[in-house]
Design a protein around this ligand. Structure first.
Ligand SMILES: Cc1cc2nc3c(=O)[nH]c(=O)nc-3n(C[C@H](O)[C@H](O)[C@H](O)COP(=O)(O)OP(=O)(O)OC[C@H]3O[C@@H](n4cnc5c(N)ncnc54)[C@H](O)[C@@H]3O)c2cc1C
Length: 358
């Protein structure tokens, strides 16, 4: 058993911010490790641009080894498959066991998938990104009609990035397209999707993959053999089963200090956590980073913790696949090349800030 003062589980957005701060300012005392499923952290904001051929893979990911070396944090590559919260023990897929005085979870989430009957439909989830990209490249050796499940920001960006690369593309939304975003952004997105000949089905929740058909209730709504899932966050099953207090979706309930409601020595942030007011998006995970860094350092030093307050509004910037972007802020919307350049500036800035020489 490897024992640490603190283990950061998952190289999510908030943990990248924690490592950067500790590399640039002051690292708290103790033996600290980052557990990551792979040697790089992919940045989802640039994935649509990568698929549209605007970026290379190495532009869209952060090398963890130099970042960890700069922060004096051990990098462990492995997949967590079990957690014992009372002992703060973590089991890895390769049989290793780790334990920590403190744990911090920034593990993201899986992509929800409807039940599937038969194996005729090839199904590819957008996460984990490395697996998705490998699967997508294999598919593109022989392009075929494609359905995308998920009418949120990710589904729209993927549809716009991929529309010119397959013979036919359909986008299925359980509710309204871009639900939760303002009406102007909704209309602009419709315009772009129509221009690229994407067939959009709103209020069409797909409930079953039946052979080569997608069913919504009893109604067959699409026939084909390739389905891409961008259908919202589903909790990691092993985490939901761990005994940590979780919400009805299986996400770890946390309080304002970002600590688990049931186990105070375990912090959780980003998509794997559940906190009223904090949405499941990279923007919120990034904003949790500075508070998490301060609170982990305070916990290791035995000092008081500070609260995180989710922002009430967040800026939406959706890539349109042609170098442009759509912008939504409260009730305002805009679109075009200028928004695209701004999105690129913000995204590339994120990658640059976390790419330390080590
Ligand atoms: C195509 C697409 C575009 C998007 N664009 C945006 C955008 O522009 N802006 C925005 O705010 N949001 C965007 N999102 C949503 C965003 O990706 C997520 O909300 C965000 O990544 C959540 O961040 P996180 O820090 O919680 O976790 P993640 O960024 O998902 O990171 C989780 C990390 O944990 C690791 N991990 C997972 N399981 C294990 C395990 N068992 N063991 C070890 N490591 C593990 C993963 O490998 C990963 O490195 C987009 C999503 C998609 C799919």
């Amino acid at each position: 058993m490897n024992h640490y003062d603190l283990i950061l589980l998952g190289a999510g957005h908030a943990h990248l911010g924690v490592l950067r701060r500790w590399a640039l300012v002051e690292r708290p005392p103790g033996r600290i490790a980052l557990l990551s499923a792979g040697p790089q952290a992919w940045y989802s904001g640039m994935l649509p641009g990568l698929l549209a051929g605007r970026f290379a893979a190495e532009d869209c990911r952060i090398e963890l080894d130099p970042l960890c070396r700069a922060a004096k944090v051990e990098l462990l590559i492995g997949q967590a498959v079990g957690l014992e919260p009372a002992q703060r023990q973590v089991r890895l897929a390769d049989g290793r066991e780790l334990s920590g005085r403190w744990l911090s979870l920034n593990l993201g989430a899986e992509v929800a998938c409807p039940p599937q009957r038969g194996a005729a439909m090839q199904v590819l989830a957008v996460k984990p990104f490395a697996d998705f990209l490998a699967g997508w490249h294999a598919w593109q050796a022989e392009p075929q009609p494609l359905a995308i499940l998920g009418g949120g920001a990710a589904g729209v960006e993927l549809a716009l990035a991929l529309a010119g690369q397959v013979p036919e593309l359909s986008l299925f939304c359980a509710g309204q397209l871009l639900d939760g975003h303002n009406a102007g952004l909704h209309l602009r997105a419709w315009g772009h999707l129509r221009q690229r000949r994407v067939r959009v089905r709103e209020y069409c929740p797909v409930s079953l993959i039946d052979g080569e058909r997608l069913l919504s209730g009893a109604e067959p709504v699409w026939r084909g053999s390739r389905l891409l899932l961008a259908s919202g966050a589903r909790a990691l099953p092993w985490l939901a089963r761990s005994g940590l207090d979780c919400d009805e979706g299986g996400f770890v309930r946390i309080g304002a200090t970002l600590q688990s409601q049931s186990h105070a020595a375990i912090f959780a942030v980003g998509d794997c956590a559940s906190l009223p007011g904090a949405r499941k998006s990279g923007v919120y995970a990034v904003r949790q980073g500075p508070v998490l860094a301060a609170n982990l350092a305070a916990a290791l030093r035995g000092q008081p913790l500070r609260p995180y307050r989710p922002q009430r509004h967040s800026l939406a910037l959706l890539a349109t696949g042609d170098g442009g972007a759509l912008l939504g802020w409260r009730q305002w919307s805009a679109g075009g090349r200028f928004c695209g350049r701004w999105k690129d500036y913000l995204d590339q800035g994120f990658i640059r800030r976390h790419s330390l020489p080590g």
